[in-house]
Write a protein that binds this ligand. Sequence first.
Ligand SMILES: [Zn+2]
Length: 256
Amino acid sequence: MLTDTHAHLYYPDILDSLPEILQRAEEAGIGRVIVPAVNLETSLKILDLSKEYEQIYCALGLHPCDVSKSNPNEINEIEKLLSHKKVVAVGETGLDYYWDTSNIEQQKDLFRKQIRIASKLKLPVIVHTRDSTDDAITLMKEEYEQYPVRAHFHCFSGTLAQLSECLSIPDSHISFCGNITYKKSLLDEVISAAPIDRLLSETDSPFLPPMPYRGKKNEPSFMIKTLEKISNVKGIPETELMNVVSKNAEKFFALQ
Ligand SMILES: [Zn+2]
C-alpha cells in the first residue's frame, strides 16, 4: 500500500471534494495520506480530518513561512497535540530563504525547537527547504549529536553534493515532487544517485502536479506519474519501486 507522505489537503476548495480525492487515491493504490500542517490552525484542522477519514495521518508543526505570523506560544500549543495516535511526524518545519530572509534567526530558532520536540517524542521531522538547503543540513547536523531525529527532506531539488550531505544524516530520507517530470527539470542525475532505500513518495498537493496534469490542482492519485518518472530514470520496474517506497514510508513514519 502506497503512502502519499506530503499532501496539503486542508484548503477549503479541496475539502469540498475530499471524499472523491481520497477515493481516487485508494483506486491508485495509495491507502494513506500524510497531511502536513503549517501552523496551529491547520494542525487542529488536520487532526479533525484524521478522525473523519481513515486514510489521513497528521504531521503537525510550524512552517518556516509561518513563523513571522505565529505567536510565541503557538509551537507549545502544537506540541500538546502531538500525542494523538494519528500524528506520525513533526512538521512541516525547516528554512525558507525564498520568501523571506529578514527572519532567518527566528526560522532557525523554531526549526531547532521542532527538531528537539521530535527527538524527545521519537517522531520524524518533515523538513522544507527553499534556497536554504545547506543551512538546513548544517543545523540538523549540529542538533543531531544531542537531539537525534529521523529527517524527511521533502520536495528534494538540491545538487548531488547536497544529496550526499542530506544522506549523511543517519536514517534521513528524501522525496521528489511532480516537478521532476517537467521538461526543464535538471534532477535526473540526482534521482539516479538517490538510493531507493532512502526514498519516500509524495505529491505536495495541491502544488507541483506532475505531467500531464500540469496546470491542474495536484492530488495524491497523481503520485503514480512521479513514481513512473523515477522508475524510468533509475531503470527499475515500477512495481519494485512502489514496493520499496511503500515499505520505507511504513517504517519511517511507523505507520500501522
Ligand atoms: Zn508542504
